[in-house]
Write a protein that binds this ligand. Sequence first.
Ligand code: LHQ
Length: 454
Amino acid sequence: MVSVVALVELTRDGAVLTIALNRPEVLNAFNAELHSAFHAALEDARADDVRAVVITGAGRGFCVGQDLNEFQTMDIREGLRGRYHRNVTLIRELRKPVIAAVNGAAAGAGLSLAAACDIRIAAEGATFVPAFINIGLVPDSGGTYFVQRLVGTSRAFSWFVSGRRLSAQEAETWGVVSEVVADEELPARAHELAQQLAAMPTQGIAWTKQAIDSAENATLADQLELEARLQARAAQTPDFEEGVAAFLEKRPPQFTGLPAKPYHPLELAVDDDRRRWRLTVLFRYLLAYPHVYLAAGWLLLSGLLTLVQGVIILIKGRPHAGLFHYSERALRYWVHVNAYLLLVADPFPRFRGWPGTYPVDLETPPPGPQNRWKTAFRILLAIPAIVLASVLGVVGAVVALVGWFAALAVGRMPKGMRDLGAYCIRYQAQTYGYLLLLTDRYPSLAQRAARPGL
Ligand code: LHQ
């Protein structure tokens, strides 16, 4: 199936989505319109049934970065933030492998784009040009971040300041690309690789991506913890079950890429080991103070924006993706903060509500269609859930108070208390998520079975 979304050509084959930048007359240089179309395509790539993504260029170029004809009229800093940064971030956040099939010149921010992908394969005729310095600019769009990781500090510096055009063969020798194929074979090879990856356990790939991204700047202790947390989640997926069963039965596995089946689209993932640092337990309420205010303010703001979202859903039948992700992160941040406050987890939370950054995390669905009736009467419908969530809020606070003494005494949170605290947060999060129009599924008292051992 092929569809044309403005300046980006999308091709879908099974679980593989191919995104081809489509301004061949300027080697796919980015202008505002191409950025928007590319962003929309990356949003499409978030869909659960897309399990691998290929990014390539139409015509003889991959992407040559900023369209130099548009330069004069753009606010550079805002242009970078509003266009390039959000797309590069989205690629890193995609919970599936992203392959850059570099078919021709990758220059400037086009080189950064290729470097931001998980895997790069190149056509023999492809070239890699850190064009920035040639026009007196510095690398941007993550160029220094990703290229330094690929080739090392010294080589990255020499390359960037020389502006030298690298051939595909050189790029392979340097480790910029993992494979070089004949020009005419690139699309087929990229597709074959994407199909192979799409048939693998997608959740496991997503968490591998997350762990590798975090590795560079983590301490060994933190990285070991992250690996353990992610492994605990991976072991809950149907693909783990299938992988082990297939191995024991000596047959090839049939992976689905599905996450552990949630009872509810907004599910709490608890990967906490119940160890508590007594010092921060002692001052927990004080330490959590700034977070609590910020989380409440952010949720309130999201609540106001939900009025707009409600109108959008009533008109279009589905939420606006940007507003959805804003509220989603506000709610996730609230979950992290409450888990910290109620001693359901121990590390000091980060301020941004990013997924996978806290042992008690909120799993969320991608923005999907929602029932208009349930949207129109959401507040009325939610009243029983709000009452129950308030009761559970009090229960959680009482449990945390008792747990506070226990954690101070033994340096661990008793399992029952931790689980009950998590249960209260989970129901409250589902209620807020229902109110914030993240899902039209009613909050559920049933929850998926806890994994033994935690
Ligand atoms: C182009 C471009 C181009 C327009 C080729 N724009 N037309 C972002 C935002 C905000 C602030 C600052 O920074 C950034 C990041 C950046 O990306 S800055 C870096 C911008 N990119 C460049 O400086 C690359 C400029 N291009 C080149 O150096 C060459 O085109 C390379 C070496 C990539 C390829 O060379 P050739 O294979 O010889 O192709 P060509 O030069 O003949 O280009 C083909 C056509 O594409 C040509 O148009 P024409 O009408 O003459 O056929 C070029 O004008 C056009 N084109 N790059 N960035």
